[in-house]
Design a protein around this ligand. Structure first.
Ligand SMILES: Nc1ncnc2c1ncn2[C@@H]1O[C@H](COP(=O)(O)OP(=O)(O)OP(=O)(O)O)[C@@H](O)[C@H]1O
Ligand SMILES: [Mg+2]
Length: 215
């Protein structure tokens, strides 16, 4: 796993952080599963208890798999590690569409990707990450497109799917949309979630080109 880390001065810190995170989540969870399986040995005579222990073990394993997926994804190219936003958005698209039949498309509008500092690249990346997670989780889309570009004095990022769309009467906003809005606001910009022109859902982020004062 270590090979994917950059050799920059920040590399060690990142490695340490991930080691601690892995220990706190995945390793402890797996250790817990081991203990539960030991309990199973003690209750092979008690079918009801055995079933409960096994169910809990399966749940814990699923959680560990999800956490590991996140960590492995954390090793992929990220903005700021010498990679551009389009490149990292492409990796993100592949990550979220892996194991689905969803078609993906990334387009950079205009001649080249807008100039952005590393902090803003990272924030836009995090927004795209949540928007694409929502597409994968909720939309049942056949295709998803990510568009990045500059329109007037705004940098625009859109994530557009052709799925079932949002049921505006029944929708219950979770942490995802709130955190995307907060990230956009922190950059002096705005985030809108709306129906996409051809059905499905569109998330659009617009941030000022030059950045906010002090931001
Ligand atoms: N691309 C999409 N297609 C269809 N429905 C969507 C889409 N994105 C979001 N939604 C709807 O909006 C709701 C709120 O999304 P939000 O990301 O805030 O919460 P969540 O994904 O349910 O939970 P989490 O807090 O884990 O993100 C979702 O539960 C879903 O019903
Ligand atoms: Mg979400």
């Amino acid at each position: 796993m270590g090979a994917a880390f950059g050799e920059d001065a920040g590399g060690m810190e990142e490695r340490d952080r991930i080691a601690i995170d892995l220990h706190d989540s995945v390793i402890q969870t797996l250790y817990g599963v081991g203990l539960r399986l030991e309990n199973c040995l003690d209750c092979v005579e008690d079918a009801e208890r055995l079933r409960r222990e096994i169910e809990k073990s399966i749940e814990a394993l699923d959680a560990a798999i999800a956490a590991l997926r996140d960590f492995i994804f954390g090793l992929q190219p990220r903005p700021g590690a010498g990679s551009g936003l389009p490149e990292t958005l492409l990796a993100l698209l592949h990550h979220h569409s892996a194991g689905t039949l969803m078609q993906t498309n990334l387009s950079v509008l205009g001649q080249e990707a807008p100039a952005l500092d590393d902090a803003r690249k990272t924030q836009l990346f995090r927004i795209a990450d949540e928007a694409l997670a929502n597409v994968a989780k909720h939309s049942r889309a056949r295709s998803v497109a990510v568009e990045l570009g500059q329109e007037g004095d705004k940098v625009i990022l859109r994530i557009v799917d052709d799925g079932i769309g949002i049921d505006w009467e029944k929708v219950r906003w979770g942490k995802g949309v709130a955190s995307m809005k907060a990230l956009a606001a922190a950059m002096g910009g705005k985030l809108a979630v709306r129906d996409a022109a051809g059905g499905g859902t569109e998330v659009e982020v617009a941030i000022p080109v030059g950045g906010v004062a002090g931001g």
